[in-house]
Design a protein around this ligand. Structure first.
Ligand SMILES: Cc1cc2nc3c(=O)[nH]c(=O)nc-3n(C[C@H](O)[C@H](O)[C@H](O)COP(=O)(O)OP(=O)(O)OC[C@H]3O[C@@H](n4cnc5c(N)ncnc54)[C@H](O)[C@@H]3O)c2cc1C
Length: 411
């Protein structure tokens, strides 16, 4: 067994870089190693399907810390290295080049990867997934030269790429197996808002479709075949059908893994001195009352701070109200709360839904606010989070009435 006083972080993206920052801010002065597969400085991914994809922002603006920050804070940042194995008994990780790194405490922020389509043609050139800056560059090149693309999956990534492509004048066909976009996440009432938004931007939306094949010629994708025999022609295909957490390392090391690496509210895994945070963590959430895995930016930003404190022996329970956002065309929204697919009783709207300036609230059968989504209305998400956190039934008429201040409703 090696003895090391190093704190080691595996996964050098938003969660990993935030944890490194928090460890230093919280006063950790020992050796700190941040290991990551990608060659890029740790960066935030949301711009990859928005401003960066549209050529409106430079990658530097997405870096979690500037290049010099790592040396200034004595963080041993090693990029382009993959951790191949974790040995919790020996308290060390092995890199793909054979190097071993011992740890006193280890944080796993290995994130997630796009789910691959298990159909013929999925490996053709011109079939794109979006997770990394390299992927975003490739899709940007497609948008620059394609006349039409097909987007498989009407989730957040698919819809954001669709918006970017439409803004650039590219024709887009969206292929989705459900009846509406984002149906599982938002439910029918609010999913319709996104269907209408994209229909208004002349997106060819096809719902309730099954895909059998990506077709190609000379090794390059040229369309998508549907189960009813229809062929949708496309110069390229973008696939956004969800992600899976990168748990291989943890599984092989015998850590408890179920829909991500299972942790308690203090982000401790089942192995001593091993923690997890960000997309990969299925953490117990005291407010929700069970384990949840949140695949969003705000979680990857804040949860590692709690993990860092926990690693330093502080008594923390990460219980922030989950939050995410999207920007598509001129629609910007923020969502605060947590609702299981279909796990709500009704939706109450406040404001102008057709004009896309409103707040939607998801309520349970007792009238408690489970989540709220502000669309093109700003500086209200803390009030919405307070309503979610209060856990008490609200007056629905008052909730729907924009003249009633939101902060008068949380008790
Ligand atoms: C295009 C795009 C747009 C998004 N837009 C939004 C948005 O608008 N709003 C929102 O709320 N969320 C958004 N998200 C989600 C958000 O970006 C993620 O929740 C966030 O990136 C998770 O951060 P993470 O650090 O936990 O994991 P990741 O970002 O997945 O990073 C994990 C890192 O670990 C590395 N790694 C994995 N295994 C190993 C290993 N064995 N050894 C070394 N390194 C390893 C990976 O290479 C990767 O760099 C978006 C995501 C994408 C891809």
């Amino acid at each position: 067994m090696t003895t090391s006083d190093a704190y080691v972080i595996v996964g050098a993206s938003l969660a990993g870089a935030r944890a490194a920052g928090a460890l230093r801010e919280e006063g950790f002065t020992g050796p700190l190693v941040l290991l990551g597969t990608e060659n890029e400085l740790p960066y935030e991914r949301p711009p990859l399907s928005k401003d960066y994809l549209m050529g409106k922002a430079e990658l530097e603006t997405a870096h979690v810390h500037p290049r010099e920050w790592y040396a200034e804070h004595d963080v041993d940042l090693r990029l382009g290295v993959t951790v191949a194995a974790l040995d919790p008994d020996a308290r060390e990780v092995s890199l793909d080049d054979g190097t071993r790194v011992g740890y006193a405490r280890l944080l796993l922020t290995t994130g997630s990867s796009p789910r691959r389509l298990p159909i013929p043609g999925a490996d053709l050139d011109g079939v794109h997934y979006l997770r990394t800056v390299t992927d975003s560059n490739a899709i940007r090149a497609v948008i620059d030269r394609a006349n039409r693309i097909a987007v498989i999956g009407a989730g957040w990534i698919g819809l954001e790429v669709t918006a970017a492509a439409r803004i650039a004048g590219v024709e887009v066909t969206v292929l989705e197996m459900a009846d509406l976009p984002l149906l599982r996440v938002l439910g029918r009432e609010v999913a319709q808002v996104f269907a209408d938004l994209h229909a208004e931007h002349d997106v060819d939306l096809r719902f309730g479709v099954a895909i059998t094949e990506i077709t190609g010629s000379d090794g390059k994708a040229d369309g998508v075949r549907l189960a009813d025999g229809t062929h949708v022609e496309a110069d390229a295909v973008v696939v956004g059908v969800g992600i899976t957490p990168n748990v291989e390392l943890a599984s092989a090391a015998g850590l408890r893994v179920e829909n991500g690496i299972v942790t308690d509210a203090g982000l401790r895994t089942s192995a001593p001195d091993v923690y997890a945070a960000g997309d990969v963590a299925n953490a117990f959430h005291p407010l929700v009352g069970r384990h949840i895995r949140v695949e969003h930016w705000a979680n990857a930003r804040h949860q590692p701070v709690a993990a860092a404190k926990s690693m330093l022996g502080q008594d923390v329970a990460y219980d922030r109200v989950p939050y995410f956002y999207t920007d598509q065309y001129d629609l910007g929204m923020e969502y605060s709360g947590y609702v299981e697919p279909g796990g709500y009783h009704e939706v109450v709207f406040r404001g102008d839904v057709p004009g896309r300036e409103f707040i939607a609230f998801w309520l349970d059968a007792e009238g408690r606010v489970l989540a709220g989504m502000n669309v093109n209305i700003w500086d209200v998400n803390e009030q919405i989070a307070a309503l979610v956190r209060s856990g008490t039934p609200v007056d629905k008429a008052a909730l729907a009435d924009p003249s009633v201040p939101l902060d008068s409703l949380a008790s």
